[in-house]
Design a protein. Structure first.
Length: 318
């Protein structure tokens, strides 16, 4: 009985791990659609609304380096260093106070891990995932936006597989061609043409930062619709690109706009009765001397009168 229970305890998680998608084929094959694209199409069909899907695949070499720099700066500053999961960013989010990398044999790290777990349980509604670009790609390829611990765990495993089988440049190419950047807009090429009328290869630093600024909520703020929150994040991205900060953690989501209750009215201040406008000068005073189109000559200035020196007086002794 004990052996069967142990076998189930080991076998079920192993089978679940084995059943998760293996993205080996994406090393050579470009996906025509993703799980997120199919989810958006089904979503609008249920609502009875039209959706024109805009998506155009381009190789990484035809995407401006400005886009790569802006997205990495905004979403995953340690992209080239981690293996799919940025444990430093996760530790920051959970207020982990131990050493990085974590050690199971270090009592201090174990205490810090328990403290991070307690922080999560107390603040789970406020904790953000700190997903890397690799994790976001795993979610876009295989999952829907619906959140759950099971999906998050599966996302972690697939992110490690993406890193192992594809490599960093291929992950970037897949991500920049499938990321959602607006309603029905997927990939940097489609977004560049939709918002700026240029190809992804022609995007400037400002435009690339604007696209990166739409993440992670491109439906609520983008360069064409309610751009305030996008612009807030874009300016932080530009500051980071220009060396204004060395922080490499994901740039936070823009704060929600403040909504005033309907029963609150803001009265305009009373500055009193405005002063009457000054009377216009007579037309004669507005005429300039000289010919039209020629700058008038300055009026002659009379030289000041020259005073004659007073005659010297004779001094006589007594």
């Amino acid at each position: 009985m004990v052996g069967s229970a142990l076998l189930l305890a080991i076998g079920v998680p192993f089978v679940a791990w084995l059943a998760l998608p293996w993205p080996i084929a994406y090393r050579w094959v470009d996906p025509e659609t993703t799980a997120l694209m199919r989810y958006r199409i089904a979503q609008v069909e249920r609502a009875g609304e039209p959706l024109a899907l805009r998506h155009a695949w381009v190789p990484l070499g035809r995407i401006s380096a400005n886009v790569v720099r802006a997205v990495v700066a905004a979403e995953d500053g340690r992209f080239r260093e981690h293996e799919g999961i940025d444990w430093v960013a996760v530790g920051e989010e959970l207020r982990y106070r131990g050493e990085v990398p974590f050690s199971w044999t270090d009592p201090g790290d174990l205490r810090a891990l328990v403290g991070a777990g307690r922080y999560y349980l107390r603040n789970r509604s406020e904790v953000r995932g700190r997903s890397t670009i690799t994790q976001q790609l795993a979610k876009n390829l295989y999952f829907t936006p619906e959140r759950s611990l099971a999906r998050k765990a599966a996302e972690l495993f697939i992110a490690r597989r993406l890193e192992r089988f594809l490599g960093k440049d291929r992950i970037l190419e897949l991500y920049l061609n499938t990321v959602e950047l607006g309603p029905g807009i997927f990939g940097s090429e489609a977004a560049a043409r939709e918002y700026f009328g240029v190809s992804a290869a022609e995007l400037t630093t400002f435009q690339a930062a604007s696209l990166a600024g739409t993440l992670p909520h491109p439906h609520t703020s983008n360069p064409a619709d309610r751009p305030g929150r996008m612009a807030w994040r874009r300016d932080l991205i530009l500051q980071r690109l220009r060396g204004g900060t060395r922080d490499r953690s994901p740039i936070p989501v823009a704060p929600e706009p403040i909504m005033l209750p309907e029963d609150i009215r803001i009265e305009a201040p009373d500055f009193g009765t405005p002063e009457p406008p000054l009377e216009s000068p007579p037309e004669e005073a507005m005429e300039e001397p000289g010919e039209p189109g020629v700058e008038p000559s300055p009026a002659p200035v009379e030289p000041p009168p020259v005073e004659e020196p007073a005659p010297a007086t004779e001094r006589t002794g007594i």
